[in-house]
Design a protein around this ligand. Structure first.
Ligand SMILES: *Cc1c(COP(=O)(O)O)cnc(C)c1O
Length: 388
């Protein structure tokens, strides 16, 4: 047996990859979706501006989240913009958000000519630190934008409590936590207004799309007024809307499966070495769009995060560096930093995320994941030499 096929050797060094076909693809093949496509063809609904599918989806998602209004739109990013508008954010207002957050959220605040006020995340969880908010509030603060990221959970009730007395709106970005049950509510339904995405990689997918959720009539009204201005820039297509109801129906069972897979992974010594995000609080039923880790080169014989990611990709594993922290990629005149953002800078350098599709795979795939990490660990020194 030559080195090329040595299963013990990392794929990056010429061994055989644990997953020769790469990570599982998304979305899954699903007979329910095949039926939708057939029905769309038969009815011609796939090409129509208006029809029953958006109405039905909007009602289904409002019921699922136990909110009064679900307004569909063309992307999660558009949904965040609409949520900010619905919260009444205007020129020169300040919007508080975590420094470590989805880049488009930061840019949405700027697009409304408001000022992003960045607060730090928690060192242990990488999620927005509620304790940092109070000091960031000024008379110009209008809203707080909160994202649950990489399988983590932000304490939304605590933030609502803070916001209540100050007349601030709380926006909950549940694009990465769709379907999760947090503090007795669905993610996205725990604040004044919430947002989910139907982007191509997301847990509910139609390639593109999003939704705004709210039970506050004045917020829904402001959003409706904005989207009905006549240029029709925002709507979700009938075709996209038709693809989502079967996925909503499956979401809880799939989220339970993902949660179980994450628990299995946590028990593997190789995965523990990756230093996963802490377990969610006991009453939380999480939802994993990504599963986050705090990578440390010291735990992998000095392998840098980039070297580790390259080795993981060679094994066919979808582990990636998370996104950059916004305070490190945007000119400082574009935002106000409410504090030193020390933890956000730390996470910017250390975060790793595992993409969700593997969490619905058979147990062998989870074992394979552990094996791939272990292989990289045992050959760290050779991988470093290889890179020199
Ligand atoms: C995916 C995502 C969005 C919205 O993304 P779209 O691709 O525009 O649908 C917003 N916030 C977070 C945290 C996300 O992960």
């Amino acid at each position: 047996m030559g080195q090329e096929s040595d299963p013990e050797l990392p794929a990056l060094l010429g061994g055989s990859p644990v997953f020769p076909d790469g990570p599982p693809t998304w979305p899954l093949r699903d007979p329910a979706i095949t039926s939708v496509f057939h029905a769309l063809l038969e009815s011609g609904d796939w090409g129509r501006y208006h029809g029953p599918h958006t109405t039905a989806l909007s009602r289904q998602l409002a019921d699922f989240h136990a909110v009064e209004h679900c307004l569909l739109c063309c992307s999660g990013t558009a949904a965040v913009e609409l949520a900010l508008r619905g919260a009444g954010v205007q020129d020169h207002d300040e919007v508080i958000l975590a420094a470590y957050d989805f880049k488009a959220n930061f840019q949405n605040v700027l697009a409304l000519k408001a000022v992003p006020v960045l607060v730090d995340v928690e060192r242990t969880t990488c999620q927005l630190d509620p304790a940092r908010i109070e000091a960031a509030v000024t008379p110009r603060t209008r809203a707080i934008l909160v994202s649950h990221l990489h399988g983590g959970v932000v304490d939304v009730p605590r933030i609502r409590e803070l916001a209540r007395g100050r007349g601030l709106a709380v926006i909950e970005d549940a694009c990465q936590a769709t379907g999760a049950r947090l503090f007795g509510r669905r993610a996205g339904a725990g604040a004044d207004v919430g947002v989910i995405s139907f982007g191509g990689s997301k847990l509910l997918t139609a390639g593109r799309g999003g939704a705004v959720l709210t039970s506050r009539p004045e917020i829904a009204e402001r959003i409706k007024r904005h989207v009905q201005r006549g240029n029709d820039a925002y709507p979700l297509s009938e075709m996209a809307a038709a693809l989502l109801p079967p996925q909503v129906a499956q979401l809880d069972s799939r989220n339970r499966q993902r949660f179980a897979a994450v628990r299995t992974l946590r028990q593997m010594p190789a995965v523990a070495r990756l230093n996963p995000f802490p377990e969610p609080p006991g009453d939380v039923e999480p939802s994993y769009y990504k599963f986050g880790f705090q990578y440390s080169p010291a735990a992998f014989g000095g392998l840098t995060r980039d070297q580790f990611v390259a080795a993981a990709h060679a094994e066919g594993v979808a582990l990636d560096a998370g996104f950059r922290s916004n305070h490190l990629i945007h000119a400082s005149r574009r935002f106000r930093a409410a504090d030193e953002l020390v933890a956000a800078s730390h996470w910017d350098q250390t975060i790793l995320t595992l993409h969700h599709p593997i969490l619905l795979e058979a147990p062998q795939a989870l074992e394979g994941f552990g094996r791939a990490i272990d292989k990289i660990f045992r050959h760290a020194e050779a991988i470093i030499r290889h890179g020199e």
